[in-house]
Write a protein that binds this ligand. Structure first.
Ligand code: SF4
Length: 377
């Protein structure tokens, strides 16, 4: 196993676009939930799953920084009881700007966390309110200063484009403010309106003025150009970094490699098996407290499914998919399995061969979903 994902399903606010497994923090059994995750880690080890030599731990959510200093401290000590945190290559947490106080930053640093992924989304105050965020652009700038003060260097921020009513100029302004912070890593995602969100309901009522497809593509162009002009290389469709500062944890997913998922609703991929945990917090805790692993679904990935995943995950990265790695992993030549699909995508100008690698072309990056679909059975 190369990585571990730990899910903290609590939020102090619910953003209008969010469909993650999360609940309002208030009145939730947060302390008990943290203890339950410790029990789940013990149950996994009793099941023969070893955490030795893992490279990354990622705290995601929900919002890990919704926890109090004391709760964060307890969570980090539980993790340390099971994982040799000092030998991790990367220990990341997601964070919201208005929750990440100096005190919490110190607790995270002392607990071994060495990377922050901060949900900034926009530097436009009005837009932040419109999408249901509670922080201000000033909070985002303050938190970066504080994080640096505490000793965090490896900091990333998330941005969203294609937001309701967002203009080209507003997006440009957000990009400029983001790179003025001179961070090693940026993620930029286009808004996807998911079912069961506030935005979905508004869209169905015709009250969500989304930019059209052309404008969204233009905003994606602006993101790529701006990041490249500022020395942040696009190493994955939505991710940009200084050389050597790519997200190691996220690369585990795109490299179709193994990771444990811990916590309510978390997903994992271990021993050829993709699994997901029970989502509702009370049911998750009940299961763990009765001494059983809280698994909801498991799926043994067949060889053909694994080959498909290798392609549609790997092609997300600018380094693409290695033919020799494919042969080593599956005992078959890439062309033997996907030769005609690859040829047709090359002819359409969506992918290219570079040495022994297959990569998306510049046009292919904009039409990724079209490419990935070709590898699905
Ligand atoms: S986007 Fe993050 S902070 Fe907002 S509701 Fe979803 S999980 Fe919570």
């Amino acid at each position: 196993m190369r990585g571990m994902y730990i899910h903290i399903p609590f939020c102090h606010q619910i953003c209008h676009y969010c469909d993650f497994n999360k609940v309002f923090f208030k009145n939730q059994p947060v302390d008990e939930y943290i203890e339950s995750m410790g029990k789940e880690l013990t149950l996994m080890q009793e099941d023969g799953i070893s955490f030795e030599g893992i490279e990354t731990v990622f705290l995601g959510g929900g919002t890990p920084t919704s926890l109090s200093e004391k709760q964060l401290d307890r969570l980090l000590s539980i993790i340390q009881e099971h994982v040799d945190v000092k030998s991790l290559k990367e220990f990341s947490t997601e964070a919201n700007p208005d929750e990440l106080t100096l005190g919490k930053l110190r607790v995270l640093k002392d607990g071994g966390v060495n990377r922050l992924s901060i949900g900034v989304q926009s530097f436009d105050a009005e837009m932040l309110t419109k999408i249901g965020r509670t922080h201000s652009p000033g909070d985002a700038e303050r938190v970066v200063t504080d994080a640096r003060k505490v000793g965090f260097e490896n900091i990333s921020i998330d941005l969203i484009y294609g937001l309701p009513g967002q203009s080209r100029m507003q997006w440009e302004d957000t990009l400029i403010k983001a790179t003025e912070l001179d961070l090693p890593h940026y993620s930029g995602y286009s808004l996807i309106v998911e079912p069961k969100t506030v935005f979905y309901n508004l869209m169905n009522k015709g009250k969500l003025p989304l930019p059209g497809e052309d404008m969204e593509a233009e905003m994606f162009h602006m993101l790529i150009d701006h990041m490249e002009k500022n020395g942040r290389q696009q190493y994955e469709i939505s991710n940009f970094s200084l050389p050597g500062l790519q997200s190691i944890h996220n690369k585990i997913y795109w490299e179709n490699d193994t990771y444990a998922g811990v916590g309510a609703g978390a997903h994992g991929f271990l021993m050829g098996n993709r699994y997901s945990n029970i989502g509702p917090i009370a049911k998750y805790m009940e299961k763990v407290n009765s001494g059983l692993r809280p698994i909801q679904n498991t799926h043994i990935v067949t060889t053909i499914e694994s080959m498909e995943e290798e392609l549609f995950l790997g092609l997300r990265m600018s380094e693409g998919v290695s033919s020799s790695h494919f042969l080593k992993k599956f005992g078959k030549e890439l062309d033997e399995v996907y030769g005609s699909t690859l040829d047709s995508l090359i002819q359409s100008g969506l992918i290219e061969r570079v040495g022994e690698r297959i990569k998306l072309t510049k046009i292919g990056v904009f039409r990724g979903n079209e490419v990935f679909q070709q590898f699905l059975n």
